[in-house]
Write a protein that binds this ligand. Structure first.
Ligand code: FES
Ligand SMILES: [Fe+2]
Length: 349
């Protein structure tokens, strides 16, 4: 198993990366150390000293450089060794560490895991509703002991609500129509729930429908490798769609290793809602966590325990119609992996 290399991955939330304390993170099986220079610019280096392989993240930062904790070699933000405190101080040619292009956007640090000269900040995935200049934004994260593709499957599969999240369910949810669509490299998964006579009370509150039947929907869009948005909407039956309340969420999954994923979840409200918007998004973001932490996460981790280091699709699983969106995402990932393997092969010829 391998990972898409030519992609921007979320390595950390902006608030966790500083000029004082190095942050250790894994992205697609590679250990990284993240930090900022004195001007606040973020940097990502390989987190392995080229001398005796000590993690640089255990070292100290000063003036935008990191000093190895073991014998004090010092590396600048580009990964070049700039000080050897031993012997004649000569710096060996190979005393450098890989530097990964890093971009700060939407409250997180994105790192490019492919060749540095192919990194294009313009192709950082677009999530304009997470831009804090126009929206109140909140975000949380957790670590899942499972492969990131199980997480893609989980969010793209809107059929599991009634079984895993009974709190969100009702007879109308069970009768809801699940559909999917492939639009270029985007996969859509939708569940339209019509004429819900008995929605959970909090649904009425979120969508401002105090009484009467409700039409509601969940629309997920996915892009490779594992960056999803989810629109949840609701309105009184017969109301104009344009006037419906909607809530936008992100579900971003960064593979740390083949069996561990860092999950970033977040949501936003446009700033025109007024200054109470930040408190509202903070509390709705906090409310996003328990269903995933206590309902989805145990299942995904239990799946991973069963799958172990095998490839799910090589186990010949049965495929139901509800798997269509997840399978489409898996095919698009496989296509990207094959394209990268092909171009690597071409480069070596
Ligand atoms: S292991 Fe880093 S300087 Fe020796
Ligand atoms: Fe779920």
């Amino acid at each position: 198993m391998t990972f898409i290399q030519n992609a921007w991955y979320v390595a950390a939330q902006s608030r966790d990366v500083s000029a004082q304390t190095p942050l250790a993170r894994w992205v697609i099986d590679q250990p990284l150390v993240l930090f900022r220079d004195g001007k606040g610019a973020p940097f990502a280096l390989a987190d392995t000293c080229p001398h005796r392989m000590a993690p640089l993240s255990m070292g100290v930062l000063s003036d935008g450089c990191i000093q190895c904790p073991y014998h004090g070699l010092r590396f600048d933000s580009a990964g070049a060794c700039i000080n050897n405190p031993h012997g004649d101080g000569r710096i060996p040619d190979r005393a450098k560490v890989r530097s990964y292009p890093a971009v700060e956007k939407y409250g997180v640090i994105w790192v490019w895991m492919g060749a540095a000269d192919s990194a294009d900040p313009a192709v950082v995935p677009h999530f304009p509703f997470m831009d804090d200049s126009e929206f109140y934004v909140a975000m949380g994260e957790m670590v899942i002991d499972g492969n990131y593709q199980l997480e893609n499957d989980n969010i793209l599969d809107l059929s599991h609500i009634e079984f895993v999240h009974p709190m969100f369910s009702s007879p109308a949810v069970s009768a809801g129509v699940v559909s999917h669509e492939i639009d270029g490299e985007i996969v859509w998964s939708r569940r339209d729930i019509h004429n819900d006579e008995h929605p959970p009370q909090f649904i009425r509150e979120v969508f401002h429908v105090p009484e009467g039947p409700v039409d509601r929907w969940l629309y997920v869009s996915w892009q490779a490798p594992s960056y999803l948005s989810l629109e949840a909407g609701g309105m009184a039956v017969g109301a104009a769609r344009e006037q419906a309340m909607t809530s936008m969420q992100v579900h971003w999954f960064t593979p740390e290793t083949h069996q561990r994923t860092r999950y970033y979840y977040g949501n936003s409200l446009p700033k025109f809602v007024g200054p109470e918007g930040q408190a509202i998004v903070n509390s709705s973001c906090a409310a996003l966590r328990p269903p995933f932490e206590f309902e989805d996460k145990p299942l995904v981790e239990a799946q991973q325990m069963r799958i172990g280091d095998r490839n799910l699709l090589h186990e010949n699983p049965i495929v139901l119609n509800i798997d269509a969106a997840g399978m489409a995402a898996r095919r698009l990932i496989q296509l990207r992996l094959e394209q990268e393997a092909q171009s690597l092969g071409d480069a070596q010829i």
